[in-house]
Design a protein around this ligand. Structure first.
Ligand SMILES: [Zn+2]
Length: 509
């Protein structure tokens, strides 16, 4: 069957320019996919990596070098972050063309964002399909320019592509499959990792790779009997590999680790590093900074402290092997950056910042518990909450020490937090699951926003908005001794569940 893609790009602008939350919609014959977009001075930028993922285009991404190479049938296209050049290479002739765009690309959340209206013609040429952009409700229809070039239909093949992601400690290879791969077998000899995937067929031409840097140097594949056999040639830097199924997908992810990974592992403080032995509890606000004021007159700083102390006591009594560190135990003011510092100096393995929510309009119907991860805010509400919590730096002597959490700054922050984020997510999820069962508080789920207090803590960390002090029900509940005790118990149950899963994972590694 001939396939041509119909690509429709619609820009949704949920927020003001330069904010997060914009998307480009890619519509193909098979369905629609949203990819992140970014608007700067009226120009729409989109993530090349997500574009490739959405259209199942092979790519090689080097996170350190901040460059991405899309591998089309006839061309490869290279783009780098903060750089106005595309390098287009025709595969057969190796002829390179350098295309200068009128603006540079951006690096956002570790991805290269390219300007839509300037980048599309080059992409169209490289892809071999018509891509065009129409304002304002931007429709872009593409069809195959030269059918002799593209071999979009892959017939009986299951594995139809790969994507490589270069990281500091190794390379991630995503094996794109349209069928669940039931099992695999791996062997290593002569610098070659041989992975046999059972009962799937690979489109060998589509997964070929030759690299000059990184731990993966060459990928070849062939079909032997019912199986697809991958041969991955690696450099001397190779140490170990692991293969995992990607959630909600038939794809597999192979991680090829280099020596840097091994080195980290060999530092045998690994156990110390990961042992779940210190929990840092941060009662938000304090002293001259009261935080939000409840409809019943209750001060956020007092409720935060009461819950923090009650939670700490529960941990001390029921997890005798875990030390509790408090950023404050009394009604005093502490700079936001110092809270993270205290956590780091005590080698915390979990950081919990306790706050209460409020809305500008009081009283309000909005109510319930929320748990926040440190990531760019996705909704107006989340952004406003982070702004409120961050605004306490006005009480500090040197508020200029905090770098505004713009998209660009978030890249640095998320890099520093990348190794913990998975655990922060897990803990947040456990908390949410506990609070769903809470009889007196509604759980509004796991959210994300840019809280300064979480930036400084080098460990899995969350910020809890216990409930809305602007809501009379929540305010009453959270002001009472029994309500605070109950709240602490639910957090403690979340910690217990998280600890079990965390320790199980550490054991199996
Ligand atoms: Zn607060």
């Amino acid at each position: 069957m001939k396939s041509f893609l119909i690509i429709l790009l619609v820009i949704f602008s949920f927020l003001s320019f330069g904010q997060d939350g914009n998307n480009v919609l890619i519509v193909t014959k098979e369905g629609m996919k949203n990819i992140p977009a970014y608007i700067r001075e009226g120009t729409v930028y989109f993530s090349l990596k997500d574009f490739a993922d959405a259209l199942v285009i092979n790519y090689y991404y080097n996170e350190d070098a901040q460059k991405i190479e899309l591998k089309f049938d006839r061309y490869s296209l290279k783009a780098s972050a903060k750089n106005p050049f595309f390098i287009l290479t025709e595969k057969n002739t190796s002829v390179q063309t350098v295309i200068q765009l009128p603006t540079s690309t951006y690096l956002i959340n570790n991805k290269v964002f390219v300007p839509l209206k300037y980048g599309l013609s080059t992409l169209s040429l490289a892809y071999g399909k018509d891509l065009s952009f129409e304002a304002p409700n931007k429709i872009l229809i593409g069809k195959v320019k030269d059918e002799s070039i593209t071999t979009e239909t892959t017939g009986d093949f299951n594995i139809t592509g790969i994507a490589l992601d270069e990281k500091a400690n190794g390379t991630l290879i995503r094996i794109k499959s349209n069928k669940r791969i039931p099992s695999y077998h791996s062997a290593f000899k002569n610098n070659t990792l041989i992975l046999t995937f059972r009962k799937v067929k690979v489109d060998a031409e589509k997964v070929k790779f030759i690299g000059e840097e990184g731990v993966v140097r060459k990928i070849d594949a062939k079909n032997i009997g019912d199986d697809a056999v991958f041969e991955i040639t690696v450099s001397k830097e190779y140490t170990t590999n692991e293969v995992i199924n990607i959630e909600k997908s038939n794809d597999l992810q192979i991680t090829i680790h280099n020596k840097l990974f091994k080195k980290n592992e060999n530092i045998n403080r690994l156990k110390d590093k990961w042992e779940f032995d210190v929990i840092v509890i941060d009662a938000g606000h304090g002293g001259k900074d009261a935080g939000a004021i409840g409809v019943n007159g209750a001060k956020e700083k007092d409720i935060n402290l009461s819950i923090a102390l009650k939670l700490g006591k529960l941990i001390e009594e029921n997890m005798k092997d875990v030390k509790v560190v408090y950023t404050r135990k009394t009604d005093i003011f502490i700079d936001l950056y110092k809270r993270g510092k205290i956590a780091n100096e005590n080698n915390g393995k979990l950081f919990i910042s306790i706050h209460c929510n409020s809305t500008p309009k009081k009283p309000t119907d909005a109510n319930g518990f929320e748990v926040y991860l440190l990531r760019p805010g996705r909704t107006k509400e989340a952004i406003a909450i982070a702004e409120f919590e961050n605004s306490v730096i006005q009480y500090e002597e040197n508020p200029n020490r905090y770098e505004k959490l713009t998209d660009e700054n978030f890249i640095l922050v998320s890099m520093a937090h990348s190794s913990y984020m998975k655990y922060s997510e897990k803990f947040a999820e456990y908390l949410h699951k506990e609070f769903v069962k809470h009889p007196g508080l509604n759980s509004r789920g796991v959210k994300q926003a840019g809280f300064y207090v979480l930036v400084g803590a080098s460990m899995p960390s969350v910020l809890i908005e216990s409930g809305f002090l602007s809501n009379s029900g929540d305010a009453k509940h959270l002001s009472s001794d029994s309500g605070q005790q109950k709240f602490a118990e639910y957090v403690f149950n979340g910690i217990k569940k998280y600890r079990e899963s965390y320790e199980l994972e550490m054991q199996s590694e």
